[in-house]
Every structure is written in structure tokens, then in C-alpha cells.
Design a binder for this molecule. Structure first.
Ligand code: G4P
Length: 532
């Protein structure tokens, strides 16, 4: 059996999606802690030969000022290797956040028990839905007062059109929170407050659902009776169906408190039990559609993120490659589909806790490749250079800006700069059919800032941004191209082309999008577009 046949099936790649403040950071830290080994990237591989990995790493961080440490976090649990991909939120929210999800095989959706589905959760969920990524839900902050669990489940079902299966059932919340029922084993997992000596990082203490132990723990017969009744009722949701989960239609729901480490271990167990290993990927080779298996011999993968230097005067970048097949070895030469050869002498390996593994990687692993701008988001890399994965999608921008230079004579120069940055995936570019405006689009404010800095340092241009009369954009798709042409002709003032020349509808508001959809039922107004 090849090494890849043993190693690839052990990999699990996932991301956490949540609205800011729901507890993603706290959960991440406690997952790493609960898994027993905080193999934070960059802190790993301090032993023997593997020390080399660490120094390469630190060199990159220090000399080049690229902070890659938190992009991928690796830990082991139940003999599996988990790669947790960071999805930046808050002010760092950008298209990278979305793109990272295209490299994940599953996601944990963290909800604040008091808030349910929030706007950013919904946005990230929609991206997961594009590829039907399986989702495990954690309702967090049970140590605080929250919404009724039945209402929360109904909200998930209604807002996300996702079947829910409570795997656990909480006994109250806030100060009255007692723990959760494991609905599959019919056991009760006791919540013991940290000030009473509780630390559930190794898994909560279990007792039967009825009897003296649970009674003593509750110390409130009425509360216990209500809880037992509700837990019985919750079973009526039915059995959890792993296939439906893996197809992205059903989410198992867990309850806990990341801060109190309650339920974190159980969540890890669920990840180990349900999340699939790397799956065969559809790709193109020599112009033919192929299925690439994780255990296939040829090393191949795709770049889902490119991190630029913090110091924008440097052109150094780290491209993050998700491997899809083969056994990657340090020093290997890989080629892009455009036949650029990249010698990967200094890969950043995110899993190097094991000395033997420090110099190679398998499907489901992520490697960081330092480069000077040769690699771009969406690039396919393989040994033959003949493999091409489906493109990483572009996402409907939420920030649109009209861009111009102070000096009108430099307009052409600016256009070139913007085109090149759009090619690279830094921001998007739209050319309206009417007039000569250039519109740039982004999903987060940070993207516009990065773009503006890069145009200044790399092209010596000062860009001025103005608010255009549009708020959002949609790609048009229809089986009958004549219908799109007809729509374009009738809406010249709001039609544009993107960087690939594809038709884009620029809308003043989401109401306008809804109206256009209603009037043109045969045309799809897409929020995401697969790049070619
Ligand atoms: P994020 O990455 O999703 O933005 O959330 P983060 O983990 O930073 O958590 C946001 C706030 O919520 C933090 O409080 C954190 O301590 C708190 N929190 C996370 N999980 C739980 C939980 O299970 N129960 C309770 N009660 N709180 C939780 P903060 O006051 O904003 O920050 P800090 O001063 O505690 O760091």
C-alpha cells in the first residue's frame, strides 16, 4: 500500500463559520487544547531533523513580515489529522474568507445561543451551500441565557433550508444550565461550573438520564421533569442520517460552552465520526474531465489563498496549496496549468508535529509556498502541469467603488493595474457598458485597502474612490444567450462586464435584484461565479 493510501484517508479539513463574537476564537483555542496537543502552526516540529521546518517558518515570518501562523491549525484526535483552516472575520473579512471555504471538506457553524443565525453566519453558510459542504452546528454560550432550543432549531431549518438533528439536548441555559442529554446514548453530560472544579476538556462526566445521580445534580425536580420531557420530544426529529449530512442537507446540532470548555470534546468526537476524509475531485487533464483520487500517484492541488507581505513594499507572498492527490515531497517541482514551473524547496508544512511527516504531505494537507507573485488564487499545481481544477468562484461584491486617478492622463495606467489585481483575485473589476467608469468590487473593506496600497506602491498611482450609484452585482446566466442579450439591451445603464467579459448586472439595491428576477424568470442572477 502506498503511503498516500494510508495517510490521505486520515486527513480531515474543516473551517469554522460564525458571526463575529459567537465564539470562534475561543472554540478554536479550546479545540486545540482539548485535542491535547496545541500544534499551532509555526510552533510545531521542534525535534531533531524537523527543526529545519520551524526555522524556515520563522525566517519567513520575521524577514518577510508575512504572518502565516494562524492560517492553518493542525491537531490530532482519534488517530486522525485535522487541518482547521482559518476564515478571517471582523475587519479582515474578505474574499479570502469565502475562498478558504472552497478548500474545506466540512464546516462547524457556531451560533450564539442568544442570537441564533446572524448575518455573517448566513453569508458564510451560502458559500458552503455552493459546494454542499457538510455542516456540524454548535450552539454556543449555554452558560448564558439564550433562546429556546426548539425555536433555534426552527430558525436554522427556515433560514438555511437545512434539516436539523439535535444530537444533544440542553438542560436550561444561563445560571440554571445543568448540562446536556446525549440523545443517542441516552446519557446525561453534567455541566460542572468551573468555580466548582469543572473542566470538561477531557469530556463531560456522564450519568444515566434517570435515577438518583441526575436528580442530585439538578437539585430541582420541576426543572428535571421539564428537561426529561423536552429531551424525549427532541428525539422526534428522528435519526441522524450521515449520508444526508455528507451531501450537505442535514446538520447535527450540539450544545455547549466554548469558554467553559463544555461540549468541545464531544464536538471533536462528532468531527472524527462524521466528517469525510479527502474526496475524489473533478478536474480536467489533457482537455478531458477526470476524477482525481486522493491516493492517485500524481501530486496535484489548488491555491485557495495568497497572503501578501504585511510590508507592501515587498512582493513576497505565501500561496496556500490544498493538496488533492499524491505524496508531496520537499524540493519537488510542480507546474501550473499555464506551465510555470515552481520548485517547492521551502514549503511551509502545517502538520510537522511528526518528524517522519515533516518532509512530505498528502491529500487533505495544506502547504504554504513562498513566491514572488508567480502563484495566484485558483491556480492548479501538479507534477505534469496538465491538471486543472474547477476555478475558485468570485463572490458578489458588497462594496462597489468607482475608481479614478488624480491625474486623468494616468487613467489607462490605472486600468491596467486594476486588471492585473483583479486577475490575481485581490479585488474584482467591472466595466459598465455605458461611459468609461471603472468599478471595483470587494466583499470586505480590507480588500479595497489592500488594493489601494498596492496600486500606490507597485504602480505609483494615487487612486480616488467614489461611491457609484450601484450597491451590488449579480452574474447573469441563462440557457438561452438571446435572453441575456435582450436583458442587457434593455438595461444598458446598469450592465457591465467583469474581467472575463461575462455579463454582470449592477443593482442599486437588493430590491432591484428581486424585481429583475421576478420579471426575468428564465435568467439566473448569481451571487457567485466559477472562474475559468
Ligand atoms: P469570535 O472569534 O467568534 O469573534 O468570538 P470570541 O471567541 O472572540 O468570543 C467573543 C466573546 O464571547 C469573548 O468575550 C469570549 O470570551 C466570549 N465567549 C466565547 N464563548 C463563550 C461561551 O461559551 N460562554 C460565554 N459566556 N462567553 C463566551 P469578550 O468579553 O469579548 O472577550 P474576552 O475579554 O473574554 O476575551
Amino acid at each position: 500500500m502506498s503511503k498516500a493510501a494510508i495517510e490521505a484517508p486520515r486527513r480531515r479539513v474543516f473551517a469554522i463559520i460564525s458571526h463575529p463574537d459567537a465564539g470562534k476564537t475561543t472554540l478554536t483555542e479550546n479545540m486545540l487544547h482539548s485535542a491535547g496537543a496545541i500544534h499551532l502552526a509555526g510552533q510545531v516540529a521542534a525535534r531533531g531533523q524537523a527543526r529545519r521546518t520551524q526555522s524556515d517558518w520563522m525566517k519567513i515570518e520575521q524577514e518577510r513580515g508575512i504572518s502565516v501562523s494562524s492560517s492553518v491549525m493542525t491537531f490530532e484526535h482519534k488517530d486522525l489529522i485535522f487541518n482547521l483552516l482559518d476564515t478571517p472575520g471582523h475587519e479582515d473579512f474578505s474574499e479570502d474568507t469565502y475562498r478558504t471555504l472552497t478548500a474545506a471538506d466540512a464546516a462547524v457553524m457556531v451560533l450564539d445561543v442568544a442570537k441564533g443565525i446572524e448575518p455573517q453566519t448566513l453569508k458564510l453558510f451560502e458559500v458552503c451551500r455552493l459546494r454542499d459542504i457538510p455542516i456540524i452546528t454548535l450552539v454556543n454560550k449555554l452558560d448564558r441565557e439564550g433562546l429556546e432550543p426548539f425555536d433555534l432549531l426552527a430558525e436554522i431549518e427556515n433560514k438555511l433550508a437545512l434539516d436539523v438533528r439535535p444530537m444533544q439536548w440542553p438542560a436550561a441555559s444561563g445560571r440554571r444550565f445543568r448540562g446536556v442529554a446525549d440523545l443517542r446514548t441516552n446519557e446525561f453530560l453534567k455541566y460542572i461550573r468551573p468555580d466548582e472544579g469543572g473542566d470538561a476538556s477531557m469530556g463531560a462526566e456522564r450519568t444515566p438520564m434517570t435515577g438518583e445521580a441526575i436528580k442530585a445534580h439538578f437539585n430541582d425536580d420541576k426543572l428535571l421533569a421539564e428537561f426529561q420531557e423536552e429531551a424525549e420530544l427532541a428525539k422526534e426529529y428522528g435519526e441522524f442520517n450521515i449520508q444526508s449530512f455528507r451531501e450537505g442537507h442535514m446538520t447535527p446540532v450540539y450544545f455547549g460552552s466554548a469558554l467553559r470548555r463544555f461540549g468541545v470534546r464531544e464536538l471533536l468526537d462528532a468531527l472524527a465520526e462524521f466528517v469525510p476524509g479527502p474526496q475524489p475531485e473533478k478536474a480536467e487533464k489533457f482537455g478531458k474531465e477526470i476524477i482525481l483520487n486522493p491516493t492517485d500517484k500524481e501530486v496535484a492541488g489548488f491555491v485557495f489563498k495568497v497572503q501578501a507581505n504585511m510590508d507592501l513594499n515587498h512582493r513576497d507572498r505565501v500561496a496556500f496549496l490544498r493538496l488533492c492527490s499524491g505524496e508531496f515531497k520537499r524540493g519537488m517541482k510542480l507546474k501550473t496549468f499555464e506551465n510555470k514551473t515552481i520548485s517547492v524547496h521551502n514549503p511551509i508544512l502545517f502538520f510537522a508535529q511528526d518528524r517522519e511527516l515533516a518532509d512530505n504531505a498528502f491529500a487533505g494537507d495544506v502547504i504554504g509556498i513562498p513566491n514572488h507573485g508567480a502563484l495566484r488564487v485558483g491556480d492548479s499545481l501538479s507534477e505534469s502541469g496538465k491538471v486543472k481544477f474547477a476555478g475558485i468562484p468570485n463572490f458578489a461584491p458588497e462594496i462597489l467603488r468607482k475608481a479614478r486617478t488624480k491625474d486623468p492622463l494616468k487613467a489607462k495606467h490605472l486600468k491596467k493595474a486594476l486588471e492585473s489585481l483583479a486577475e490575481e483575485g485581490v479585488t474584482q473589476l467591472f466595466k459598465p457598458q455605458m461611459g468609461s467608469d471603472i468599478i471595483v468590487g470587494a466583499v470586505g473593506a480590507l480588500q479595497i485597502e489592500v488594493m489601494s496600497e498596492r496600486i500606490k506602491t507597485e504602480y505609483g498611482l494615487e487612486v480616488i474612490f467614489e461611491a457609484p450609484p450601484y450597491q451590488t452585482a449579480r452574474w447573469l446566466s441563462c440557457d438561452d444567450p438571446a435572453k441575456i442579450e435582450d436583458f442587457s439591451a434593455k438595461n444598458r445603464n446598469t450592465m457591465a462586464e467583469d474581467i472575463d467579459g461575462d455579463p454582470v448586472y449592477l443593482a442599486k439595491s437588493s430590491w432591484d435584484v428581486g424585481y429583475a428576477e421576478e420579471k426575468n424568470p428564465d435568467i439566473k442572477f448569481l451571487k457567485a461565479k466559477e472562474r475559468r
